[in-house]
Design a protein around this ligand. Structure first.
Ligand code: GRF
Length: 201
C-alpha cells in the first residue's frame, strides 16, 4: 500500500507518518511528497528520509488544472493508493479529485463541522470553546466537508494561546494520522456504499 503526502509547510505530520513507518508501526510505503512551496521545511524532511519529492511553483503552470494534471501523472506513475493531505494549503479540484475519488484524506485541527477553513485554532480560541480537537476526513469538493473518518477531542486549557493550543493539537495529530492511514491501508476503515458514512470494522 503506497501513499503520497501533500504538504505546504513544516511537515510535522509528514514526519510523524515517516517515523511510524520506520518504527514498523505503520505498514505502508511513503512513495512521494508533493509540495507547492519548494522552500518549505517539509522538503528537507523528505530529503532526509529519502522520500521522492515533487516540489513545484503553482505560478509556473498556466493553470491549476495544469499542475494537478502533472501531479496525477506522477501519482499514477508511482501507483499511489492513497493521497494524504497534511497541511496542504490548496483546495483540490476535479482534475485531481475525480481520478482519486474516495482515496484522498485530510487532517484538520478542529472538530468538524466546527471551524472549517483557515486558522481553525484561532477560530476556536476566538469563539471561546472549551473543547476542540482533530478531524481526519475524506476529501470532497468542499472546504473541509468530506466524510469524517475519525476525531479526537483536545481540551482548551485556561490561558491557552494559539501556540500552546497548536502544540496540544499537533501532539494528537501525530498519533491519530498514522493510525487512520493504517486503518485505511488494512481495510479496517472504509467509505460506505452511500459515499458519505465511514464504516469501521
Ligand atoms: C496541521 O495542524 C493540520 O491539521 C493542518 O495543517 C497543519 C500542518 O502542520 N491541516 P504540519 O505542517 O504537519 O506541521
Amino acid at each position: 500500500f503506497r501513499i503520497a503526502v501533500f504538504a505546504s509547510g513544516s511537515g510535522s505530520n509528514f514526519q510523524a507518518i515517516v517515523d511510524a513507518v520506520q518504527a514498523g508501526k505503520l505498514d505502508v510505503e511513503v512513495g512521494l511528497l508533493v509540495c507547492d512551496k519548494p522552500s518549505a521545511k517539509v522538503v528537507e524532511r523528505a530529503e532526509a528520509a529519502g522520500v521522492e519529492t515533487f516540489a513545484f511553483r503553482p505560478k509556473e503552470f498556466v493553470s491549476k488544472a495544469a499542475y494537478e494534471a502533472e501531479i496525477v501523472e506522477r501519482l499514477e506513475r508511482k501507483q499511489i493508493d492513497l493521497v494524504v493531505l497534511a497541511g496542504y494549503m490548496r483546495i483540490v479540484s476535479d482534475t485531481l479529485l475525480k481520478p482519486y475519488e474516495g482515496r484522498i484524506i485530510n487532517i484538520h485541527p478542529s472538530l468538524l463541522p466546527s471551524f472549517p477553513g483557515l486558522d481553525a485554532i484561532g477560530q476556536a480560541l476566538a469563539h471561546g470553546v472549551k473543547m476542540t480537537g482533530v478531524t481526519v476526513h475524506f476529501v470532497d469538493g468542499g472546504m473541509d466537508t468530506g466524510p469524517i473518518i475519525a476525531q479526537r477531542a483536545v481540551e482548551v486549557a485556561e490561558g491557552d494561546t494559539a501556540d500552546s493550543l497548536a502544540a496540544s493539537i499537533h501532539h494528537v495529530e501525530h498519533v491519530l494520522y498514522p493510525y487512520v492511514i493504517g486503518a485505511i491501508a488494512s481495510g479496517k476503515a472504509a467509505l460506505g456504499d452511500d459515499g458519505r458514512r465511514v464504516l469501521w470494522s
